[in-house]
Design a protein around this ligand. Structure first.
Ligand code: FAD
Length: 437
């Protein structure tokens, strides 16, 4: 029976068995044990481990962020991936971001910061230099008009559901209980607003500390915690944007082509880095027909059975039915567009559209009002991890939340506090057309 055996109390109750809930549970149980503290760490999920965005994510692990706080946090995340590569099904193949002249300044800044923080990467600027670097990796590289290339030698990708199960195994090995099929329906709070009891469809659980890590379901849990759905946002210049919606949904379009993965290897025969291309060059399909002359962008990586790729997200607005997850579908000509993009980049992918596979892929994410995460204590004993859909790669967030729950301060999470909307201490915005760069 779903929810059978749900304990009636827990010192720490974590809602959501995705990357953040499980990473928090793993690190928290480990830290408590190291301190000699005996405490029950309980994770509950309304469906199952990896049922949300973490189990469907493309799995890209990168550091390429224009915002210093994101970049520093990602470096910490990559360390955890590297240290636990096998358990978390991680491939440290690297990541390459390619862009048109409009993105040069941003990527130069990202590169310079990476050098300062010791993140291994190289930069190529100028169309000829970029093409030469890409041809050294892929002799049939042919995408024109790209004048900047940031090649991160750390990062890469991981296999989504395997890595989430790997995190669950690590948590269980530290003594964490994970109960699936239990949905949180409400919270009981005392006069100080601290949550005393979490109400579920399998009964109430008395709690001391709660962590809410529910990915795209955050709007509902935010409501249950009676947190504001609209707010005034102060910009760094002191301007106030009044009465903004807290949450917006975007649908991330992804798909797969079934080709021999060995076809997509570097010239040295290695697993290729994840490639992310933003281009202003007109995009044609293999028959020469114009697909778009608007700026476009794609990312793609080798998968077990072919290539997985994503492209422009579709904005869905402030209301969206997240159940059943992942919800929504790709745009009608999505497979056309991204097969053309693959072939635009490398000759070996001519005809890739024929191998498009209609598999469960893509999904919706809930973005915050400034498109960056909120990692903060939103009630005296309730910590919320709302990653604004940045976060499969962010395995270090759970480690940092665990530190905060143990009474320490996390300088990595501090820039993501909720108070930034009132103080204007927002993150800088890049030239990228997407809300996650
Ligand atoms: C298509 C797609 C591709 C992506 N690709 C990448 C990528 O390549 N790299 C990257 O870094 N990020 C990527 N992301 C973003 C990333 O997947 C998410 O930011 C991250 O997985 C969120 O993790 P989470 O732990 O917060 O939530 P989730 O993984 O969504 O887990 C939340 C869990 O909470 C449970 N839950 C919800 N409500 C309740 C409730 N009331 N009671 C109990 N349980 C509940 C759900 O069942 C679910 O299992 C992608 C996202 C999408 C949609």
């Amino acid at each position: 029976m779903a929810g059978a055996g749900l304990p009636r109390s827990a010192e720490y109750l974590i809602v959501g068995a995705g990357v953040h809930g499980l990473s928090t549970a793993w690190h928290l149980a480990r830290d408590l044990r190291a301190r000699g503290e005996a405490a029950r760490v309980l994770v509950i999920d309304k469906t199952a481990v990896g049922a949300g965005a973490s189990g469907i994510a493309c799995g890209v692990v990168r550091n390429n962020y224009f915002q210093p706080a994101m970049s520093e946090l990602m470096a910490a995340c990559v360390e955890i991936w590297e240290d636990n590569a096998e358990d978390l099904s991680y491939q440290g193949a690297g990541y390459v971001a390619l862009g048109p002249p409009a993105q040069e300044a941003d990527l130069v800044e990202v590169f310079e910061r990476q050098q300062r923080i010791g993140y291994r990467s190289e930069l190529h600027v100028g169309e000829r230099e970029v093409a030469e670097h890409m041809r050294s990796l892929f002799p049939d590289w042919r995408a024109p008009g790209l004048s900047v290339c940031l090649h991160e030698h750390q990062g890469g990708f991981a296999h989504n559901i395997e890595s989430v199960r790997g995190l669950a195994a690590k948590a269980r090995a530290e003594g964490v209980e994970i109960v699936e099929g239990v949905e949180v329906l409400g919270f009981e709070r005392d006069e100080s607003d601290a949550v005393t009891s979490v109400l579920t469809d399998a009964g109430a659980v008395a709690v001391e500390q709660v962590v809410v890590a529910v990915g795209p379901w955050i709007k509902r849990l935010w409501e249950l915690l009676e947190l504001p759905q609209r707010l005034d946002v102060c910009t760094p210049g002191g301007h106030v944007a009044p009465d903004q919606e807290m949450w917006t949904y975007w649908y991330l379009q992804e798909g797969e082509v079934a080709i021999d993965p060995a076809l997509f290897a570097t010239s040295g025969g290695a697993v290729p880095p994840v490639l992310h291309v933003d281009s202003h060059a007109p995009l044609h399909d293999d028959s020469g027909r114009l697909v778009t002359d608007e700026p476009w962008g794609v990312y793609f990586k080798r998968d077990r059975e072919g290539i997985q790729e994503g492209s422009a997200p579709i904005p869905k607005g402030h209301e969206f039915a997240v159940d059943p997850y992942p919800g929504a579908t790709v745009e009608e000509d999505f497979s056309h567009m991204w097969a053309a993009a693959l072939s635009h980049c490398m000759q070996r992918f001519e005809g890739a559209r024929r191998s498009f596979r209609d598999v469960r892929s893509g999904g919706v994410g809930a973005f915050t009002v400034d498109n960056f995460p909120i990692f903060d204590r939103m009630r005296p004993n309730v910590y919320v991890a709302a990653d604004s859909n940045h976060g499969y790669k962010m395995v270090a967030v759970g480690r940092e939340i665990a530190r905060e729950l143990c009474g320490e301060h996390s300088s990595l999470l501090y820039p993501f506090r909720y108070e930034r909307f009132a103080s204007g201490d927002l993150h800088p915005v890049s030239q990228s057309p997407y809300p996650w760069s």
